[in-house]
Ligand binder design. Structure first.
Ligand code: PMP
Ligand code: GLU
Length: 427
């Protein structure tokens, strides 16, 4: 007998075995353990610890009565402001009409994969959602190898080798810097070299610059400077503005890719219609900048930089291996030097590593396998964001220097979590 049309065998086969996103799953798991009375250090989900700047919250409050549906591509003044912001802050030249506003850059990345019929290229490790999105759509995914010795960066020869093997195929490369899960960024020279290969093989590039304003030293680099005609720049409010839950992301397209922007906008008209209207008005204020916003971003960067460097050095002193650190709020420690010790405790891969760490110490992290690394490796991602960002920003505003004493006063939970992790590894 055929299964009922209302039963599970009729699930889209692309979705078979697909689990909830690792970032969101670890957050739920942490909350459940906390509800059971466990002490959990939430280094799992990667979201900004800082409140949305007051001027932006005020703009949202003022825009609350705005209730009409908007143009699918977004409010015109927002698209203009974002284009100016990308130019002023990141040296990216674009035209107004080539910005697309979406309900989070995650959704825009998904729409790109839906609209562009090419294979997905992602360096390993990369953020957890790119590959599952390809899988949902039924696109082929190619993980491009990188290694810790080269700070987990994609090298031009690796891209060349892959494209050269089957020239002329449509390909989409997603490059994210500062990177999730590594915290590593690229130099302009490195991006220029990758751009040359991408141009030679006509690879479509999504430059995921969602953490670009959280480069700890305020540096800006973009592959779009070197390959403007083939690069979509992705940004948003989630990270630098602390507004992940507001769900607003932005794509900036070159003139040459207007056809792709138009196709994605059509999908938008049939799916989300337009992004929340009050949020779009508030986003204009966020991207306009000005002294309050500049000070806010500078303080966020400073705190994250000092905390990230401190955490990295504690883990290195304990014996973990780590890449350089440039920005965002992630570290990707490798516990390979502890392999024997860990094997004796039944830990032979990253899933078991994250699980045992959580059970033994209460520190919640995400296994490296979720980012595309081979499951037998001993790496994991931690997000050093489980502190009171509002209090830390207030202390900076009151003139406190951001040093070790500052970290002890304002980020004690994060320091404790890193210490526990280091002690656990060497035990
Ligand atoms: N890219 C990367 C690398 C991320 O870490 C995230 C996490 N939120 C996103 C894209 C998506 O961000 P959003 O949808 O909130 O704009
Ligand atoms: N990007 C964040 C992370 O990597 C969380 C939000 C999400 O995955 O959508 O943890």
């Amino acid at each position: 007998m055929n299964p009922s049309p209302l039963s599970a065998p009729h699930l889209n086969p692309n979705l078979l075995g697909l689990m909830p996103s690792a970032t969101l799953a670890i957050n739920e798991r942490s909350n459940e353990l906390i509800a059971q009375g466990r002490t959990i250090f939430k280094l799992g989900l990667g979201q900004s610890p800082f409140p949305v700047p007051t001027v932006v919250v005020d703009a949202l409050r003022a825009a609350a009565p705005e209730k009409d549906y908007l143009h699918v591509r977004g409010l015109r003044p927002l698209r203009e402001t974002v284009t100016e912001f990308l130019h002023r802050r990141h040296g990216i030249e674009r035209q107004r009409r080539q910005v697309l506003v979406g309900p989070g850059s995650k959704e825009l990345i998904f729409l790109t994969q839906l609209a562009y019929a090419g294979e997905l290229l992602v360096p390993s490790p990369s953020w957890v959602s790119y590959a599952p999105q390809a899988r949902i759509i039924g696109r082929r995914v190619r993980w491009l190898p990188t290694d810790l010795a080269h700070d987990w960066k994609l090298r031009p020869e690796t891209l060349e080798e892959h494209c050269h093997a089957a020239p002329g195929l449509p390909r989409l490369l997603i490059l994210n810097y500062p990177g999730n899960p590594t915290g590593v960024s690229y130099t302009e020279d490195e991006l220029a070299a990758l751009a040359a290969v991408a141009r030679r093989h006509q690879v479509l590039v999504v430059s995921d610059e969602i953490y670009a304003d959280l480069d700890h030293s305020g540096r800006t680099a973009s592959i779009s400077h070197h390959y403007p005609e083939g690069t979509i720049v992705s940004t948003g409010l989630s990270k630098w503005c602390g507004a992940g839950g507001w769900r607003l992301g932005l794509f900036s397209f070159p003139e040459e890719l207007e056809w792709l922007c138009a196709a994605m906008a059509v999908i938008g008209t049939e799916t989300f219609t337009s992004v929340s209207t009050p949020i779009q008005y508030a986003a204009i204020r966020a991207f306009q900048g000005g002294p309050e916003i500049e000070q806010y971003v500078a303080a966020c960067r400073n705190i994250l930089g000092v905390l990230g460097r401190h955490s990295r050095s504690v883990l290195i002193t304990a014996g973990c291996r780590l890449a350089r650190l440039d920005g965002a709020f992630y570290l990707f420690p490798d516990f390979e030097p502890f392999r024997e010790k860990l094997a004796a405790r039944g830990v032979n891969g990253s899933a078991a590593l994250a699980e045992r760490l959580l059970q033994d110490t209460g520190v919640a992290t995400i296994p490296g396998a979720a980012f595309g690394r081979p499951p037998g490796e001993l790496n994991l991602r931690l997000s050093y964001v489980n502190f009171d960002g509002a209090a830390a920003l207030a202390a900076v505003a009151a003139g406190e220097p951001v040093d070790e004493a500052f970290l002890r006063r304002h980020c004690p939970e994060t320091l404790a979590a890193i210490d526990r992790m280091a002690d656990w590894a060497v035990a």
